[in-house]
Design a protein around this ligand. Sequence first.
Ligand code: SF4
Length: 328
Amino acid sequence: MGVTEDFDLGIDRIINEIKNRNARKVGLQFPEGLKRRSFSIASEIENKTGAEVQISANPCYGACDLDRQLLETMDLVFHFGHSTIREDDGGKVIYIEARSPVDLGEVVRKAIPLFEGIRIGLITTVQHVHKLEGIRRLLEEVGKEGVIAEGDSRIAYPGQVLGCNFSAAFSEDCDEYLYIGGGQFHPIGVALCSKKPVIIADPYLNEVRKVDTHAIMKKRYAAIGKAMNSKVVAIVVSTKTGQQRMELAKYLLRSAKKKGLQAYILTMDLVSPEQLLNFKVDVIVNTACPRIAIDDAGRYPAPMLTPPEFEIVLGEREELVFDEIRGE
Ligand code: SF4
């Protein structure tokens, strides 16, 4: 997450939790945008509780990515900036969500003339999810019905999206969607998964625009095209708790072998181009975080495909769909 705001991280609650649980060893895990606040938070915890504090310096892109060293050795771990995805964390992890104080009303008002339908699905990331009810009321005043739908078990709040899960855009039928937040990835995902128009209201740029999926689809079809005559396939599996899709990888491995391809499962924690440099493969199939194939594919030594894209290469699927990691 690209955090640049001074979020209130609720340090008093953190101190109380440590005292109430009598935790003597406390781990802290931050996404990149909040790491700059780690030393002051650690010092405050040490001064006010006397607990020993360790900070994870590993990259952390989501709640799918719990620091296992901290989980094994600490009494309590505070995971900042993400909501729980209800994976098994042994009851040791407290999620400290960063709620944005940024006003959304102005940019949402700007978006209203772009709507053509009446039922508008409201979608955002966890930083703004507490503002969705206010936006629903704002739309009601102009005759639109704001729909805040539940997602599946990986989604902590109605209307919330993750980069790997757009289930909150499926559970209710809407005419179109309003994505409130920064960045392109989430609204593109909502548009490709729902096949409905999506308007972006970006409060950071104070800008509204319609999502255009043309460029991303062109890129993805180009990657599929390059992979069509592949002979050697690497199927990547992350060992991170919330990204590990070994069963899917095994299914893809069997399917590839049936088509006469040489296919291998490669396991790794953080998926990065450097770790794949010495494997001579024609195509990399990424079963870890779906964002990697979309955001970073160009950095890898061979075309990188998502599982549904690889199924197209194998002739087992026709329609290109966005990869998601679904819950129950
Ligand atoms: S798998 Fe990727 S998109 Fe999903 S929660 Fe983890 S980092 Fe975010």
